[in-house]
Design a protein around this ligand. Sequence first.
Ligand code: ATP
Ligand code: MG
Length: 554
Amino acid sequence: MSEAEARPSNFIRQIIDKDLADGKHTSVHTRFPPEPNGYLHIGHAKSICLNFGIAEDYQGQCNLRFDDTNPEKEDVEYVESIKNDVSWLGFQWSGDICYSSNYFDKLYDYAIELINKGLAYVEELSPEQIREYRGTLKEPGKPSPYRDRSVEENLALFEKMRAGEFAEGSACLRAKIDMASSFMVMRDPVLYRVRFASHHQTGDKWCIYPMYDFTHCISDALEGITHSLCTLEFQDNRRLYDWVLENITIDCQPHQYEFSRLNLEYTVMSKRKLNQLVTEKLVNGWDDPRMPTISGLRRRGFTAASIREFCKRIGVTKQDNMIEMSSLESCIRDDLNDNAPRAMAVIDPVKIVIENYEQGKVETLTVANHPNKPEMGARDVPFTREVWIEREDFREEANKKYKRLVLGKEVRLRGAYVIKAERIEKDEQGNITTIFCSYDADTLGKNPADGRKVKGVIHWVSAEKSVAAEIRLYDRLFTVPNPAASDNFSETINPESLVVKQGYVEPSLATAAPQEGYQFERIGYFCADKDSSAERPVFNRTVGLRDTWAKIAD
Ligand code: ATP
Ligand code: MG
């Protein structure tokens, strides 16, 4: 199968195929237009993969354009993080970065053109009155008393707006379209408003800023965009998109197409809500590994390939739906299962003392990094008289189904010897403090000589030679599948979305680099956190070994 056949088609690619076949376009030019008012999230990844993916596959171009018309909410910190996330996802924008603010002069001239054509007027009703006059879905709006001002008066007033002679909210520029339109967006939409705010790109040059609907279509046309892809909530705005471009002098007529946004269970996706989580310190920043942001997922240990694969699997349609968290997780699990080296870590330790093993002796065992990929090599793991195992891997008594260590029985330590639990020591509360064992020196890499069957294998780390580590176990951030639906979504935060454990990791992990994924044998997939140091490694759980979501749903 060729690569083109392997690529799932979708209704947008079908439109592009037709446009190219019909000769409507000879090449494809898309854009990804984030507003720099927050960090990118997994929903943006869907749009990025769609826009940049189309440009790649059709040998076209894709611009990265900052849709920066709301200076109060925007910041260069967001601009930088967005550039970084797009690159990290594996995409390269065409040419220089674009900013809608690059076009402020041109946009102003187009506004003048609309005024000259009698298609725009300066409004002096208050924002509340504008809302009142607009009418409802059932009732037509009524015209503003300022709607029929002369062109000369409008030109003079618009110039006054630009010169800073109107207070915020006391005047705006509106398109003169149709106050009775069944599309609310066509009832004389606002094109420009007064804002005395410094802009991260244009500084204090402007005190009037263009609205999204006016800016977006013109920016697309100025950049020669052929297919302008956005999410379904902009469906009605397409009328306005086309109206603006039809009524100004511009020789490019891009077309807008809408697809459904990505919604993921057990998280929120709106930047406003994500911002609230950050500012109210309900999470530890935009890159908290519980966040659905690209930076959060990256810190959690998701690879760019796994996010691209997820976007491929969910596809692009016009149907609104809610995707299960398990679909995202299975993408990273599949990736790491194939590619992550194995290692051993104990996250809830109990001590084993092997009484017949020589005190002070350190044996260096060689353990394969991947069970079916010999090319991934092997590493040295020190074995000593005292080792840590997981508390849940020992029972005083158990039935045959329990294939771990039981008092009086044997188990194999992964990559090492068979040991037998002889006796235990407990503290005053009855907690086991030490399990005293014996080992069979003749079982390294082979079964016991007398044919004894030892079925269980458990993981371990040397107590003398391991490194103490902080292990951060993450779970879903919310307790309900659709937190955005509740009035106070912050009340549905899962108090156990982060559980911190103090454990031990094998020495080879002390210098693990952030974002390098490992399978901690029998536990899950982990990566070092940016808070990590060689003295005090910190690991994030990326995902468990198996899907635990099905269970949660019961
Ligand atoms: P939010 O509601 O999170 O603030 P937004 O649409 O305001 O999102 P933008 O920065 O304007 O955020 O989005 C840039 C692009 O990403 C837009 O084309 C938008 O349609 C797309 N996008 C945003 N959220 C999603 C999503 N959940 N699924 C798919 N595409 C999305
Ligand atoms: Mg937006």
